[in-house]
Design a protein around this ligand. Sequence first.
Ligand code: GLA
Length: 788
Amino acid sequence: MSNIIHLDTERTSYILDVLPTGHLAGLYYGRRLRAMDDYGPLRQKNVVPYGTMVNVSQEHKNIGLDDQCLEYSGLGKGDYREPAIELVFADGSRTTDFHYDSSRTYSGRPGIEGLPSALGGEADVQTTEVMLRDAERGLSLVLNYCVYAKYDVITRFATLRNDSAEPVRVGRLMSAQLDLPGGSWNFVTFDGCWAYERERNDRPVRPGIYVNDSKTGNSSNRHNPFVMLTSENCAEDSGECYASNLVYSGNHAEILEATYQGKVRLLTGINPSGFEWLLEEGQTFTTPEAVLSYSATGLNQLSRNMHRFVQDFIVRGEWQRKERPVLINNWEATEFDFDKRKLLALAKEAANLGIELFVLDDGWFGKRDDDTSSLGDWTVNEKKLPGGIAGLIPKINSLGLKFGIWVEPEMVNEDSDLYRAHPDWSIATPGRAPAYGRNQFVLDLTRPDVRAYLIEAMAGVFSQGNIEYVKWDMNRNISDAWSGALSPERQGEFHHRYVLGLYEILAELVRRFPAILFESCASGGNRFDLGMLCYMPQTWTSDDTDAYARLSIQGGTSYGYPQSVMGAHVSASPNMQTLRASTIETRFNVAAFGLLGYELDLTMLSPFDKKAIKEQVSFYKAHRTLLQFGRFLRVPARLGADKTIWAVVSEDGTEAIAGLFQGSAKVGRGQDLLTVPGLEPGAAFAVRGRPQYINVKAFGNLVNRVLPVKIRGDGVLHTVLSSHYMFRMATEDYRANGDLLSDYGIMLIPQFSGTGYNDSVRIFSDYGSRLYTVEKIGGDHMISMVTP
Ligand code: GLA
């Protein structure tokens, strides 16, 4: 009897089988296959045993579970790889043995109680539920496969049900297990630390075990839950690759095991480390949802699958598809040192520049003049802001700006009224002084009273007037995990219950305030994940606002997440985190590939910067739909190292914006080829360099070579001139056909290389950059690619 389950998306197939032993096998996941009468060709031929094999039954002497591609493995029956499930029964035994029972397929999908999950109605998604049973122990396990055919995405989650008469301790219950039959793979992870998040790291997979995880209580800046498996020669536009992400904001683990027999297993789910859940008789436990995708045509396609999925099924609510406002945030401008006058001056300048939203960051409440006090006391500091938030908002609104506010609800300072009133609300272990992080403690969200308090406290903050945006921050990792609300045998549930508590609060606040645009933040990108994005449609990508560093941070993030969820701000130069100097134009050009904001003291700008910013904001607004929601592509730079090209292309390929970014300038290698993939092949396009300005200060004594008048470099006149004179970057205006631009590119005018300057020389220097608009102008232009 055949128990084949063949799931198809537009370009992929996922096929399940049942082994003669009754175990559920993963037969295939990859390029789409037609349904077959006989799946024999795909099956492993178990005709002789292998050495040191353990066979589950004498009936099947040649089948050892250790060398099969399985869908959900346990312990104790001869599969010695990392398991998906680990249980401890009342008698202390740990062996589990789940066999295929039945399956059913239906249109639509279920939600997951207490956890966020992807959206999708009957027209978008079809679900196959596979029921497994461990008959001897009275347990059932339902594996859910939600197939988003048009997106080439399949999501998975598992529900364990304890139908036995005894409680079971769950030590591990992963969301998905993906076993592949072998090949040469790279395990690609996105790692980092504060202010340097999600750097791409490729590791060739050798036999062994690799763990990508977080134990910080949040999804972490160390290792993002988004991971990839890429084939040896996989590139942006070619090669096979798989992606996995998790709709979860807590401790997660992606465990990869490769065996000498050539099998590769990827597990993703709640981190088993530090986790234990007591499952009483009759109870169920459902895992967070894993999101899987496959591309046979390289990483850009894989990212595209993830981006569309995130935009359509993870982000939700009023802001899902709405263009996001250009904002000014006062944090890097003032930090804690502000008053009403300063804020209004900043807002006024922002309004003049075309900015649309004013965000008041940390420091507006309690007596918070630094980070040692007041978290927990969400009442306005009247000394700084006489008349309160309620008084400030109309003033901001009357300038034509929306008003937004920062909160960090999950935290408490020892020096706060909240801590003094409820010391037991903050996380600590009995008999030990808790560890500090940024002088603060974390509130125990596993407690219902804390959650109820926080919902009302935040509802109060958000109701102080016309608040249209909220930045929800979380600035320390959890330590000393323990809760007075949980019995000793349930302390292993702490971290997961914290996340469930957080989700309960977020769900309620988002329900009460559907019109507010929420941006989540955790010291920058310490909780950048699909779980948070189910409640808050955007995330502050990183506390590092340096443009060059952002190429790596936003570039790394872009593998799994669309630009429409990434906050990206222009800040001061030299940069506050790296002390690197970069031009106002480059800072904008990088931030334009995200949700644009400004985070610097606008009242200190030179006339040069003001004019540049004004033009940037209006450029961004004019192209906002494309920049925020267009198809984002990382373009392999064919010429020149230390160059990055990004492009956003409209769905129909008739319009694009590309950015060319340079690291350090190199003489003699100033030739650049601009490639813009994804354009309509038969159409002709106009490619124009965005009008950009160069500050003549950058030329020092060379200023006289580029200026019509002679002045002393670095003299007073030079300084005065530099802040007023808008020296334009060379005009760039090209015509080319779509296929040429997409498949090869256009050779740009050369960069300045010390041998002369005229109108056709592009000045880039270190960290130079330019945006290019690409617009369809009609039918064929001139040269086309000849495709054999
Ligand atoms: C964190 C955030 C910053 C800022 C500060 C305020 O570091 O990531 O953007 O809000 O907190 O304290």
